[in-house]
Design a protein around this ligand. Sequence first.
Ligand SMILES: CC(C)(COP(=O)(O)OP(=O)(O)OC[C@H]1O[C@@H](n2cnc3c(N)ncnc32)[C@H](O)[C@@H]1OP(=O)(O)O)[C@@H](O)C(=O)NCCC(=O)NCCS
Length: 194
Amino acid sequence: MAELSPMSDAPTAAGEPGWATLQTTSGLTLRVRAEQPGDGPVLVDLFNHLSPSSRYLRFSKSMDDPDPQRVRQEAERLARLGPPLDMAWLAFVDSPDQTEAAVGAVRFFRTGPNEAELAVSVRDDRQRQGIGSALLSFACTAAQETGIQRLTATFRSENRGIWALVKRSPYPVSWRLEGPEVHAVMDLTAPRAA
Ligand SMILES: CC(C)(COP(=O)(O)OP(=O)(O)OC[C@H]1O[C@@H](n2cnc3c(N)ncnc32)[C@H](O)[C@@H]1OP(=O)(O)O)[C@@H](O)C(=O)NCCC(=O)NCCS
């Protein structure tokens, strides 16, 4: 759950402007900041820590052995998108073998005046530790602050992780099944669950 308004640039508990500190349900402390145009290498690092299965679920295409140059170009393209159409945040954790390791990313892309499409990924060795939930909650707050009323997520029905994550969204969700795909819509105008 976000402890700080994501759009705020007030200092966090750690005293760093532009950073938010989130606590996951598993007790992990995440440091989160907005993605910046120079974050291509961070996105590549995150991508390199996703299994082929997670890559497939996130990008809807097979990526067993992708061309590193293509990966770098795509990461740089994503990092450059930026607001107001694309809003993205990166989550970092310190671990014994890597300080400030990028462990997850959440973004939403405006698809209409009041609507945006969510995408979230957590590196495989950090999944199921509450990071996705913390990022989803954070993104919902950020989306609301920019006037978004509906946050949508489209994913393949076999994607148990995102399905479980969206089910635990702090806002009511409506679901539509369309062939192999699930369309979920979170209603950000409804009261937020505690
Ligand atoms: C989907 C994803 C972001 C979830 O992140 P996460 O950090 O593992 O999520 P959390 O730890 O917050 O888990 C939230 C809930 O979902 C459940 N969950 C997570 N992964 C699951 C899985 N593969 N199968 C079943 N339940 C799962 C957790 O148990 C938890 O439930 P709980 O609160 O009852 O314990 C992550 O699995 C991922 O990056 N997947 C690959 C990319 C992807 O599919 N992105 C979504 C499409 S854009």
